[in-house]
Write a protein that binds this ligand. Structure first.
Ligand SMILES: [Zn+2]
Length: 363
């Protein structure tokens, strides 16, 4: 009879015994001061066999909700019951993380450098290590992102809906919204797809901030995927609840600044909007016109700038398109009940004044 003994997890001469965890450093290059660039990972290798899930953060170096989600995941008591293997990579883009920047020191985007090259730029070398050493060892990948600086996102999954295995993971994650996102050439997702590994991308919050609802959503979502893949014991009835609480949008668009000036938003993330709803206004700082931003299509606000300044054409509101706004409203209420501070009761701007619907009240 063949031996059923569980083998250790092995990578580049490191070995992690079943029922243990280890931190491993994979060399990827050398910094300007001659110190090594290493991708650090924590491998939790369960005592019992099962699939391997990789969770990655900071492919964009300033998107730090990802490392915090992974940190909490590794602290979670649930992990003690792990079957299979968890590969946790909180900071993929180490040089960008150290610079508190989205981009690599040569200003390139790591998420456009996959599959990478062992003889290419620093970012290309990092991509190559991930492509050669990590992706092939996985059965599925969750990549954690945020919006950019001052541009928070509603918790959402970006996935290719044509890829059923990835889409199923997206449903299980139970973010309030799933947004169909085509694969971009040379992205981390595209390479995972080429290698036949289901991947979902979680977007929530903004760069350089730890945002509690985003982090809680992320941790709960990753644990739900782990239960679905049977890395953790399943909970009864969880799939039913999952399908009820996620809505999928196949398209999104940005409302942009109609003029340059001071921007006042009047609507928060997670709100539904109908055509011609007032979203905010841009005002001439010299006392000239106040131009409304009216929704040109109906949907839900999934991203918004928090900057009070806009050049003409700046992206202000990211709106996921939906046909059935009733369903979207119900979903946002459900998401809000699950995570009370996700969608504030009141719009979050301190000026409750909309020149297009209200009289100006003198103080
Ligand atoms: Zn990102």
């Amino acid at each position: 009879m063949p031996s059923l003994k569980r083998l250790p997890f092995e990578i580049q001469g490191h070995s992690v015994a079943p029922g243990s965890r280890a931190q491993i450093h994979l060399p990827a290059g050398v910094f300007t001061n001659n110190t090594p660039v290493e991708i650090n990972l924590t491998v939790v290798h369960g005592k019992l066999p099962g699939p391997t899930l990789m969770v990655t953060g900071c492919v964009h170096g300033d998107e730090i909700n990802g490392p915090e989600i992974i940190r909490r995941l590794l602290k979670s008591s649930s992990i003690r019951r792990l079957r299979g293997t968890l590969i946790a990579v909180p900071i993929v883009n180490v040089p960008a993380f150290l610079n508190r920047s989205r981009y690599l020191p040569d200003r390139r985007d790591l998420n456009r450098l996959f599959p990478g090259s062992a003889t290419g730029s620093l970012g290309s070398r990092i991509a190559r290590v991930v492509t050669d050493e990590l992706i092939p060892r996985c059965d599925a990948v969750i990549d954690l992102h945020t919006g950019t600086v001052n541009r928070p996102n509603l918790p959402q999954i970006r996935v290719t809906t044509e890829d059923q295995a990835s889409f199923d993971l997206g449903l299980v994650f139970r973010a309030p919204v799933i947004l169909q996102a085509p694969l971009r050439p040379n992205s981390f997702r595209a390479v995972c797809d080429e290698l036949g590994k289901p991947i979902i991308l979680f977007e929530s919050g903004e760069a350089l901030r730890l945002d509690a609802p985003s982090i809680r959503h992320g941790v709960q979502g990753v644990l739900a995927v782990m239960r679905h893949l049977e890395l953790l014991p399943k909970r009864r009835g969880s799939l039913k609840a999952t399908r009820k609480n996620t809505i999928t949008s196949h398209k999104s668009y940005w409302e942009r600044a109609p003029i340059g000036g001071l921007f006042t938003p009047l609507i928060a993330l997670g709100k539904t909007v109908e055509i011609n709803d007032s979203l905010g206004f841009v005002a001439d700082p010299f006392g000239g016109p106040e131009i409304p931003i009216l929704a040109t299509r109906q949907g839900v606000i999934i991203g918004r700038t928090n900057e009070g300044l806009a050049d003409e054409g700046d992206a202000l509101f990211h709106i996921a398109l939906f046909e059935d706004l009733e369903q979207v409203r119900d979903q946002m209420v459900a998401a809000n009940q699950a995570l009370p501070d996700l969608v504030p009761e009141l719009d979050d701007h301190p000026v409750p004044y909309d020149p297009f619907t209200e009289e100006v009240s003198e103080p």
